[in-house]
Design a binder for this molecule. Structure first.
Ligand code: PRX
Length: 669
């Protein structure tokens, strides 16, 4: 597909342009159509989004003006609202609407279990019945409109079904990724205070069994100590080898899912909710403090996720879609649970890891289900690439049509491998830039319309108006590099942070009034293409997952030998970024201490946050480079972590410049 034109890539390499394929039936076919639709979406947003929103079911239509936005927190509180006054229901639009339109027998989920040979199929009618049963159970447990429900489950169909069950009765779900520790889970439960928690007895990730119920039990001990009680824990029996008797049960609180839910009626009245009522909370890491509960509401989120899904994956009913993300992250919310179902898509839900039992598993799944749209993360691509092309070439992959990437910048080498080896040079790659906060794709190619350049997320989606600011907040024009911001509201954006609107404004709007601050650095080239460079705040992107440096530092200092810690990102060949921790031990410790201490510190972080936050390097630091006012100079630590000590820059403001030599002497010790 390369048309031979060349384009300078930011790191100095030169890669080709890849023209969009000529697909006359693409939802957006050609650059002219993209330009026209983009222009209209900015010039006449009411008309543009109104026309799209008409396709959904609204119990009550919106009143004019149907959206409002102000991103200048100095003028008035930032209070974004779309489809004001309208009433709808997400579960109804995902399920009942599709069943009524004759899609009842269509497959919603092909579930593929962790181990080979475990699979199941759920049609739209079956999913509707399943969702109604869970919804009825939740109601019987006292859950109603506006109540929070925490979900801590693996990727089985019951997970998205539980999310939809909450949506059906107007409850607010908070899905916690089932790789988080008891401590992280308890923090999220204490923040949203649900009465009901949904979980699963155990799960196998690769060859390793993990007792999720045990983690929930530990978390709930901490929750009780924190002053909140959970009344009901609904436990899906997924133990396989073990029997129910092996699972610790608290009588009166714990309930077996299969017993309680199967008794419920398979129909359930829909709660009609306001377009701006909350749909879910999802906790994500920021620069400071504990994870923030990002809150999304119904109407705009529905329209935004469905529309991006349709255009970015050029979804047609003949497609089979597979997103490898877990529902514990925003990608699993927007592009497993909601966007695809709103489009009556057929999708694969995979519980396992793509390298189990071997490195051909992902391609085996592609062939088994004839996957045409594949959506994954650069970290997975690099990991599969490292096993060699033979694993891919063993499988046909003839069904693949479009490949998607999300979560972190995709390096051009991984892009080219994805394109040439996985897609056999036939499939456009949609490199989708977005965030938990944005709810849906923001900067992304459209497969039938956008000329691709490896490593660039290309152009904004409809209704998204990006800008690039200098550090001083001046809007840069043309070719430039700076902070990526968004100039106006779009339908699917977050509305607030759970219980803390002031923090919402402080984090995203106060720094550059009038703009939504993304926290990402970017470059815009002469064609107006955006190149995402990475976070400009203290957030590390490990395998596409956000980890706050402050969180890891806080976890390390929970070890009683750790006096202080400073964490910075490091380049990592598979994970994109890794975690590099400088650790100062308690007074009187000899450096380097016995090697076992590193293992203990790593174990502490895994216990406090979860395995995703495992530090890659612990570097002993008898002293940290600090200014005279005591501020850690992370710029210097980043240079040391990346072995660039030759270019440390200005160190004259250090309180004690000798700490640098000491640090360098302890590298690798
Ligand atoms: O730094 C950007 C990076 O991931 C961050 C958002 O992380 P999270 O809220 O966990 O959502 C991940 C899935 C949407 C962004 O601030 N990021 C995400 N997608 C890309 C990306 N960086 C570069 N290119 C992308 N396609």
């Amino acid at each position: 597909m390369s048309n031979g034109a060349v384009h300078p890539e930011p790191h100095g390499h030169v890669y080709g342009h890849y023209a969009a394929p000529k697909w006359p039936d693409a939802h957006c076919s050609g650059k002219e159509q993209y330009d026209a639709m983009y222009k209209e979406s900015l010039a006449a947003p009411e008309k543009f989004w109104g026309r799209i929103a008409e396709k959904f079911y609204w119990k009550k239509k919106w009143e004019a003006p149907f959206h409002s936005y102000n991103f200048d927190s100095r003028k008035a509180p930032v209070n974004v609202q779309w489809f004001i006054g309208a009433e709808t229901n997400l579960a109804y639009n995902c399920l009942d609407r599709n069943v009524e339109a004759g899609q009842g027998d269509r497959v919603a989920f092909y579930w593929e279990g962790n181990d080979l040979g475990e699979d199941s199929t759920t049609t739209y009618s079956q999913l509707l019945a399943q969702v109604c049963q869970i919804a009825n159970y939740l109601k019987s447990a006292g859950v109603g409109r506006g109540d929070d429900v925490t979900i801590y489950m693996p990727m089985i169909p019951e997970l998205p079904a539980a999310m939809l069950a909450c949506a059906r009765i107007g409850a607010v779900h908070s899905v916690v990724f089932a790789g988080f520790s008891a401590e992280s889970l308890s923090g999220r439960i204490l923040d949203s205070k649900p009465r009901v928690v949904l979980t699963c007895s155990a799960v196998k990730r690769g060859a390793k069994p993990i007792s999720l119920k045990g983690i929930v039990d530990d978390a709930l001990v901490k929750v009780t100590a924190g002053g909140h009680e959970v009344d009901t824990v609904l436990v899906y029996d997924h133990t396989r080898a073990a029997t129910r008797a092996d699972v610790a049960f608290t009588p009166g609180r714990d309930v077996w899912w299969q017993d309680a839910v199967s008794e419920q009626p398979t129909t359930c009245e829909v709660e009609w909710m306001g377009a701006e009522d909350p749909l879910f909370k999802l906790y994500t890491s920021g620069s400071t403090g504990k994870p923030k509960g990002v809150e999304h509401t119904l109407g705009g989120y529905m329209v935004g996720t469905a529309t991006t899904f349709k255009y970015v994956f050029d979804h047609h009913l003949s497609d089979v879609y597979w997103c490898t993300a877990d529902c514990g992250w925003i990608t699993g919310h927007s592009y497993v649970a909601y966007g695809p179902l709103l489009n009556a898509a057929t999708q694969v839900l995979f519980e396992g890891v793509p390298t189990h039992p071997d490195a051909g598993r992902a391609w085996d799944i592609v062939d088994k289900y004839k996957v045409s749209l594949l959506y994954t993360a650069p970290t997975a691509i690099r990991s599969l690439q490292s096993f060699g092309p033979e694993w891919v070439k063993k499988y046909s992959r003839a069904s693949l049509r479009i490949l998607g990437s999300v979560g972190e910048p995709i390096n051009p080498e991984a892009w080219l491998w994805y394109h040439d080896v996985v897609g056999g040079g036939r499939c456009p790659i949609v490199d989708t830039w977005w965030q938990t906060e944005t709810g849906a794709h923001m900067i992304t190619p459209l497969p039938g319309a956008t000329t691709l350049v490896p490593g660039s997320a290309t152009l904004p989606f409809f209704g998204v108006e990006p800008a690039v600011l200098s550090e001083k907040g001046e809007e840069l024009q043309g070719e430039c590099e700076g902070y990526l911001v968004i100039k106006r509201a779009w339908p699917s954006g977050m509305r607030t942070l759970s219980g803390d609107h002031a923090r919402f404004e402080a984090t995203y709007f106060n720094l550059y009034p009038g703009y939504y601050f993304t926290g990402d650095g970017c470059r815009r080239d002469k064609d107006g293409y955006y190149w995402l460079i990475g976070r400009v705040d203290d957030v590390i992107n490990v395998s596409g997952h956000r980890i706050g440096t402050a969180e890891v530092e806080g976890a390390l200092t929970q070890h009683d030998r750790c006096a202080e810690a400073a964490v910075v990102p490091m380049e990592h060949p598979i994970k994109g970024q890794g975690i590099y921790a400088f650790v100062t031990l308690m007074q009187g410790t000899e450096y380097p201490p016995p090697p076992a201490l590193k293992k203990e510190l790593v174990a502490t972080v895994r216990e406090v946050i979860g395995p995703i936050a495992t530090p890659d390097v612990i570097h002993w630091a008898p002293g940290l480079p600090k200014t005279r006012s005591g501020k850690i100079m992370r710029r210097i630590l980043r240079k040391i972590a990346s072995k660039e000590e030759d270019s440390l820059g200005d160190t004259s403001t250090l309180a004690d410049p000798s700490v640098i030599q000491t640090l360098l002497a302890l590298r690798g010790k």
